[in-house]
Design a protein around this ligand. Structure first.
Ligand SMILES: [Zn+2]
Length: 610
């Protein structure tokens, strides 16, 4: 979003702001000229007057325009923005640069310069500055400064870390520079943001991380439960209130830390509650980033659903689970080649028992770390064979471990995807399926597509056809740039999946988007309830026939938003004529925002992919 959004764009933002719609959290920020404060759209303070609002696509843009972050709604908790394009090379490069800057390892490098960033991306610093400013409206260094300050703000508010450590964790070279930057941007001293902090030492640190609904929490829980590797991971069952815990080792900015984390969803506030042990407190920004990736908290369901809903009508809340460590995920992907999920899990457990380091945690059931690349690189073929791993996979694991241990291969979200996929495929025993699976979960590439996957062929109805991989690949073009999400949705439609979802076979015409004439919604909502999404209970669906207005024929709870979180919108705006006008006006600008057309998008055709 640039400095001068069109009137229609501003109207769209203002509608989302008035509805306090969590689906737009982090998609834009509102700067209020009368207070000098900026907030994400979920802020609970009274909605400012329209004429006092300025809208920005990024927190960095709002800060560069002189606004300070709100202390009540805390913009630093908002999900990140992920705008993907498959055509625009400059846009991809700018996103790659932003991904690098989002990586806490980049903050930890206090000498990071635009030149160093440009060198890493293989372009000139002038070119990088130009495309970055065109995409984000700020320089790379302004973007980085905002990231560092917002991280510091969260650490000050949520942890009991001393201010000196907060400054270092957030990438400031000295406490003096940190204090200066804080006062200059926020007009506050760091200690003024100190809250009561967390509990006594040993109890860990708790932080909250926002996401954009809808989020299919039960299906993710089931995915993790079926793959949990003891005693590294533990999923405590529960319908929607399952809890995930695991041990972890974090190498960040030259520091190595080990500890554990626990995560539980709070759908009412669209947040994940994360508890980390004191051992990894000092690398908290890195842990938070990994957790955001592992649970795919930065995903933007509205942009993804606009492309995928027609073929996968039941999968709107599904996310692509990431990982906590790229190497661990890659090893587990190799172990899972051509065997069942349960068999792969058994092999991984044996590997942890044999090569994993023991770790003391206060959580029963968690007692080991996943083996280091160095340990597996030195493991003999006999030792791996004794675990039941066949020769071809032994070689793949050893080659992978050696490449990661010597630094030739980096498996994280900030690496270049095509060259990493090529490097993976050059290793023995790693083919396209494994490389694409690693790209999907460890590199966080939203457009990965393991075309040769047999389960995918089955789900898409192309199994048994000549060249099923080619057919699947050809047809998947319609799901770009979100093919990783399409794969997850297809897998979740298989009959052996307990939370089975619907999928439209490739050779059938896709389900049309919800028709505007029969699915007009009286209030701000997303879709009808399912067993997984109980709905707010307080809302009603307008079931009038097309063309008829007036009170609804039946009353049905109609949305997936947590109970009590919905707000009425005025009758005038709820009328379909008014809605159509809003949608048409806003959809025109969707290429810039990539946002759905209004605050009640079920009534409207989805926008085109960003
Ligand atoms: Zn606020």
């Amino acid at each position: 979003m640039d400095d001068t959004p069109t009137a229609a764009e501003q109207d769209a933002c203002y509608l989302a702001l008035k509805a306090r719609d969590a689906r737009f959290d982090g998609r834009f920020f509102t700067g209020v000229t009368s207070t000098g404060i900026y907030c994400p759209p979920v802020c609970s303070v009274r909605t400012p007057k329209r004429e006092n609002c300025r809208f920005f696509a990024h927190a960095a843009r709002a800060e560069s325009a002189g606004f300070r972050p709100c202390l009540r709604c805390r913009p630093e908790l908002a999900p990140g923005t992920v705008h993907w394009s498959i055509q625009d090379a400059s846009g991809i490069l700018a996103q790659q640069a932003a991904r690098l800057l989002d990586d806490p390892d980049a903050w930890a490098d206090t000498d990071l310069s635009v030149q160093a960033l440009a060198d890493r991306l293989g372009v000139s610093d002038r070119h990088l500055r130009r495309i970055f400013e065109a995409a984000f409206g700020v320089t790379p260094m302004q973007y980085l400064q905002t990231r560092r300050l917002l991280t510091a703000k969260q650490l000050l508010a949520d942890t009991a870390l001393p201010v000196t450590q907060v400054a270092l964790c957030s990438g400031f070279a000295s406490v003096r520079r940190f204090n200066d930057a804080f006062v200059a941007h926020y007009h506050l001293s760091p200690t003024q943001l100190r809250r009561a902090g967390n509990g006594p030492a040993g109890a860990g640190t708790t932080v909250r991380l926002g996401y954009r609904p809808p989020y299919d929490v039960p299906t993710l829980g089931d995915f993790l439960r079926r793959r949990q590797v003891h005693p590294v991971e533990l999923v405590t069952p529960g319908a929607a209130d399952w809890r995930f815990a695991r041990t972890l080792r974090v190498q960040s900015g030259g520091r190595a830390a080990t500890g554990w984390l626990q995560a539980q969803f709070d759908p009412l506030h669209a947040q994940l509650v994360l508890q980390v042990s004191d051992g990894v407190r000092e690398v908290l920004p890195t842990v938070i980033r990994r957790v955001r990736q592992a649970f795919d908290l930065d995903a933007d369901p509205s942009a993804i659903n606009a492309v995928l809903h027609a073929h996968f009508p039941d999968g709107d809340g599904l996310r692509v689970p990431g990982c906590f460590d790229g190497f661990e995920l890659a090893v587990r992907a190799v172990l899972g080649q051509q065997i069942t999920v349960a068999a792969a899990r058994t092999l991984a457990q044996r590997m942890v028992d044999r090569f994993g380091e023991p770790l003391d945690t206060m959580l029963p059931g968690l007692s080991r770390l996943f083996p280091l690349p160095g340990a597996l690189a030195q493991a003999s073929a006999d030792a791996l064979g004794a675990l039941g791993i066949v020769r071809q996979r032994q070689r793949a694991i050893q080659a992978l471990a050696q490449a990661v241990a010597c630094g030739a291969l980096r498996l994280s979200a900030s690496t270049d995807v095509p060259s990493t996929i090529a490097a993976l495929k050059a290793l023995p025993g790693i083919g396209d399926w494994t490389a694409q699976y690693i790209a999907m979960r460890a590199l966080r590439w939203p457009d990965a597509f393991p075309a040769g996957d047999v389960a995918l062929h089955k789900a898409l109805g192309v199994q048994g056809q000549p060249h099923p991989a080619r057919v699947a690949e050809d047809r998947s073009a319609a799901w770009r740039p979100w093919r990783s999400y399409a794969v997850l949705r297809a897998w979740s439609s298989l009959p052996n999946n307990p939370a089975r979802k619907k999928v439209t076979p490739l050779n059938s015409p896709p389900t049309s988007a919800r028709p505007i004439s029969t699915a007009r919604w009286g209030r701000s909502c997303w879709r009808p309830p399912t067993s997984a999404w109980p709905g707010c209970g307080s809302m009603t669906r307008n079931t009038n026939p097309p063309g008829k207005t007036g009170p609804s024929a039946t009353t049905t709870p109609c949305c997936n938003r947590p109970q009590g979180s919905c707000r009425r919108i005025s009758t005038a705006r709820a009328r379909s004529s008014s809605c159509r006008w809003t949608c048409a006006a806003v959809r025109r600008s969707s290429n810039r925002y990539g946002m759905p057309c209004c605050t009640y998008p079920t009534a409207c055709a989805p926008p085109t992919a960003p």
